[in-house]
Design a protein around this ligand. Structure first.
Ligand code: C5P
Length: 321
């Protein structure tokens, strides 16, 4: 039996990095948002045993380190199943791009395998396996707008807002997440020596800014969809939601900072690095504005696509091809 699954991407709307924890991970606060760009993961289950991962794309490992391989192994073990599983990854999302491609592939494998085997994991097992695979894997078990805390693996569904038009710009260069965290540690050490301020205050501030953003746009809701999007984006800018990774990634990759400026010049109401990059996205008040901006960036030789954010309901409705 073959099952095909759309493996959607995410962006981060704001990301606060806290201190490094004893386990080596950093405490995080972020809002994840799924978007309508995806890979396709195809799964074939047959008699026998073994897991085989295939992909025609450069940069996608096909050995046991692949998130799909690790997920399939955990799912089979947890369900006490024996099968020959073949996983084909049609890669359209950038590798090391900050869009959560490999993490999303893991959940596509989990959901696809459950369907192919006609067996279900308990919700606890799903979340446990997802968190073992990576910090930004569990968010794909929720979809839509999600609060991420802990090392990013503790996830809570947030109230949803209407879909927003978005332009995603993906430069060639990938950014290593562990290297970006290490650069953050060096910056935090330097600043702590200078100011001696408590790091936890900025972490607590994140909940206030997110609350101000999502509460602000629900009060006095304008009736037209376009006006609603405009108000939501205005509140987002007003709340001052930012991605801490920009402070260490932009100095190292000035072209990504230029990309953020280019999106703003092209009319983005809000633009930001996603995760540790290298993807930079912009949010727009209308589909037409997003399309015009993407065309303008493409004319400048930048790889850019117009897309939209994906609500939780759409995420689940469109998951199986
Ligand atoms: O969890 P994941 O495998 O995606 O993390 C990759 C690497 O990123 C970790 O090994 C760690 O170096 C870094 N990381 C971190 N703090 C987090 C998440 C990831 O330091 N909250």
């Amino acid at each position: 039996m073959t099952v095909s699954v759309r493996s959607f991407a995410k962006i981060n709307i704001g990301l606060r990095i806290g201190p490094r924890r004893p386990d080596g991970f950093h405490e995080l606060r972020t809002v994840y948002q799924t978007i309508d760009l995806h890979d396709v993961v195809r799964m074939k289950v047959a008699g026998g045993s073994g897991i085989e991962v295939r992909s025609g794309s450069r940069g996608v490992p096909t050995d046991e380190s692949n998130t799909c391989y690790r997920t399939a192994e955990s799912v089979l073990r947890t369900l006490h199943q024996r099968a020959k599983v073949t996983i084909d990854i049609e890669k359209k999302l950038p590798v090391q791009g900050g869009l959560g491609g490999a993490s999303s592939n893991a959940i596509a494998t989990m959901c696809g395998l459950e369907r192919a085997l006609k067996k279900q994991l308990s919700p606890e097992d799903r979340l446990r396996i997802a968190a073992e695979i990576g910090s930004d894997v569990p968010l794909f078990l929720i979809g839509g707008t999600i609060l991420g805390i802990g090392r990013g693996e503790q996830v809570y569904p947030l109230a949803e807002h209407p879909a927003l038009d978005c332009v995603v710009a993906t430069p060639e260069a990938g950014v290593s997440t562990p290297a970006a965290f290490a650069a953050w540690d060096r910056l935090a050490d330097r600043e702590a020596k200078l100011t001696d301020t408590s790091k936890s205050s900025t972490m607590n501030g994140f909940s206030h800014t997110v609350c101000a953003w999502l509460r602000g746009s629900s009060s006095g809701v304008p009736s037209r969809a376009g006006d609603r999007a405009e108000a939501l984006l205005l509140d987002l800018v007003r709340a001052g939601i930012e991605n801490d990774f920009e402070r260490v990634v932009f100095p190292q990759y000035p072209e990504l900072h230029d990309l953020k400026r280019a999106l703003e010049r092209a009319g983005a109401k809000y633009a930001s690095l996603s995760g540790s990059g290298s993807t930079v996205y912009g949010l727009f008040a209308s589909k037409m504005e997003a399309k015009k901006a993407a065309d303008r960036l493409k004319a400048e030789g930048i790889r850019a696509q117009a897309t939209r954010t994906l609500t939780r309901r759409e995420y689940w409705r469109r998951m199986f091809v």
